[in-house]
Design a protein around this ligand. Sequence first.
Ligand code: ASP
Length: 339
Amino acid sequence: MRGDVLVLHTGGTIGMVETPDGHAAVPGALAPYVDWIVESSRGELPPITFRELDRPIDSANATPDDWLTVARILHDARDAHTGFVVLHGTDTMAYTASALSFLLPSFGRPVVVTGSQIPIARTRSDGRQNLIGALQVAAGAAVPEVTLLFGEVLLRGNRATKVDASGLDAFDSPRFPPLATLGIDVAVNHALVRVPDAEPRLVSGPLGQVAAVRVFPGFSASILVNLCRPPLQGLVLEAYGAGNGPSEDRDFLAAVEAATAAGIVVVVVTQCVRGTVQPGAYATGSALLRTGAVPGFDMTSEAALTKLAVLLGQGLDAGAVAAEMQRDVAGELTVRAPA
Ligand code: ASP
């Protein structure tokens, strides 16, 4: 029914129970709590339709097929609901939120991905507040984007990253301000919200084969050579600082060059939490980009990886994918005017 919010439970701590092995996802465990929270709000929260994936999972087990499944469900249900809440584990929440932003271009409805650090069945759970905030955002028209809500912030999904393994403010988007803060009021920064300018679309897959690798002192080129073999099509290289790598390591540069020559799209992001890749800032970074790798500017590693997978699955040639990776397609990247 149009007017309600679809709550899609994919798994994660929010609906987990304690087992001798630690927290684990159990089908059916979450629904009664969600129903009770909505019913006891006496109309303060929107009506919901609750749906659970056949097998809720710990998001550490999520795969790109799960991103495609969630995107398909949201796309098919788009016109029947005002907004969408995706309940998800925190471990790979930023990947799923990023992937959804690329799989559902111009969706034009709020899709709020959230979860919790403490199961909702526990008295001190953060799940209740996160769910309530997500329902309120999803029921409104102010933020028709894929977002990630956690604690007191609503972040653009493809800018978010998990920053705390145990704290309740577990997510941040250090390179982009929150789209809203949740204090006494939900204060939306309207100037930052993207308004769709095209018809909604579903990118149904398949997705390309991608990997992400962090550069570190002593990184052996042979690791890169072994990684950059079929079926790999795209690589996110998490470089130092402004996009720098070991330029005196000829084997390393040769391995990156061989990868790009073989048609693998190599995207350089920074392993720093803040800031951006700055082509030309350092000779060590220029050497890396001379191999044919392209700058991913201020994209998170999660956004770069999922965007690369989505683009590579669309049958574009490597040059076209490399160009798109340097362009802002869903608010994931800040385009800077040339200096
Ligand atoms: N391992 C859990 C998950 O990602 C962690 C969480 O949800 O907080 O599903």
